[in-house]
Design a protein around this ligand. Structure first.
Ligand code: AMP
Ligand code: MN
Ligand code: MN
Ligand code: MN
Length: 282
């Protein structure tokens, strides 16, 4: 066990109903407190909408709140996620990326619906827009509709059969390039974190090229543990964070009480000794 004095339960990667999570920002903060989390970030996909509600709730709770967002980007045509932490919500550079990604989400959803129609499914676009409502429209909304309409048994099947990156191969090059996003955000005192590095279709050799580019373009950190990552992967990522001098971040990637990322504050234990932790100043 870490020493009690230095030990804090942190969760720097979570989702609310403002993107594809199930809980409101208020419910999420309450759950984090219930789970003993004392340093917490909300990181919805491509939106800052939940931050003020979460912050207001956190102010009444024994929990420090950090502004966050998970941006969709791409590197060499591979979709990648980047968690950004510790910014002012009116940061113009960040707002412009978020707004542009929201436009891309809507256009991409139209293209996803068209691809599904070509595979014999009904046109799900209008239902997906309605289901998303004020939240950021994404593939999970299409997956829910497919389950609801009896097209697939569960969301996982929907990704396996229709929505996974391999299945949507035609939809490459939709997100902004990692280099342009990092160039736009670097040197502003934000943490620029490569999210869940083991969840991309990359060999370790390719992952190292990515980390080298990420660092070179201004990235500051990488997640070493996220959700249900296997301990072996976490050990590898701990080593890589040291090798590439990227700070270490960690979070549950909680979306709701379902799927593989099931609880706020829960992720594979990190061996913190020797790591440069992203949250050391917070
Ligand atoms: P999008 O933001 O539209 O690209 O959708 C990506 C989101 O889909 C991820 O953030 C996950 O929440 C979810 N997701 C990815 N893969 C799966 C899967 N196999 N089963 C269920 N949800 C998934
Ligand atoms: Mn998600
Ligand atoms: Mn992600
Ligand atoms: Mn996430």
């Amino acid at each position: 066990m870490p020493e009690a004095a230095s030990y804090r339960k942190v969760d720097l990667h979570t989702h609310s109903i403002c993107s594809d999570g199930r809980l409101s920002p208020t419910e999420l903060v309450d759950l984090a407190v219930e789970q003993g989390v004392s340093l917490f970030a909300l990181t919805d996909h491509d939106t800052l909408d939940g931050l003020s509600e979460a912050r207001q709730r956190a102010e009444r709770q024994p929990l420090s709140f950090i502004n966050g967002v998970e941006l969709s980007t791409q590197w060499k045509g591979i979709p990648l996620h980047m968690v950004v932490l510790n910014f002012e919500p009116d940061n113009p550079a960040l707002l412009s990326i978020v707004q542009s990604n929201q436009t891309i989400r809507l256009q991409r959803a139209r293209r996803i619906a068209d691809l599904l129609v070509k595979q014999g499914l009904p046109d799900l676009f209008d239902d997906a827009v309605a289901l998303a409502g004020i939240s950021q429209l994404g593939r999970p909304h299409f997956a829910s509709l497919m389950v609801e309409k009896g097209i697939v048994k569960d969301a996982n099947k929907a990704f396996d059969r229709y929505l996974g990156n391999k299945r949507l191969g035609q939809l490459r090059d939709v997100w902004p390039d990692l280099e342009s996003v990092l160039t736009c955000l670097k040197d502003q005192n934000m943490a620029l974190i490569l999210a869940h590095p083991k969840r991309y279709p990359l060999t370790v050799t390719k992952l190292k090229y990515l980390l080298s580019d990420f660092k070179k373009w201004g990235g500051t950190a990488m997640e070493v543990a996220s959700g249900n990552e296997k301990p072996d992967s976490v050990r590898l990522l701990e080593r890589l964070s040291q090798e590439y001098a990227l700070e270490a971040s960690m979070g549950s990637d909680f979306h709701g009480p379902f799927g593989p990322w099931t609880q706020v504050g829960k992720f594979t234990q990190v061996n913190e000794a020797g790591l440069d932790l992203v949250h050391k100043h917070w």
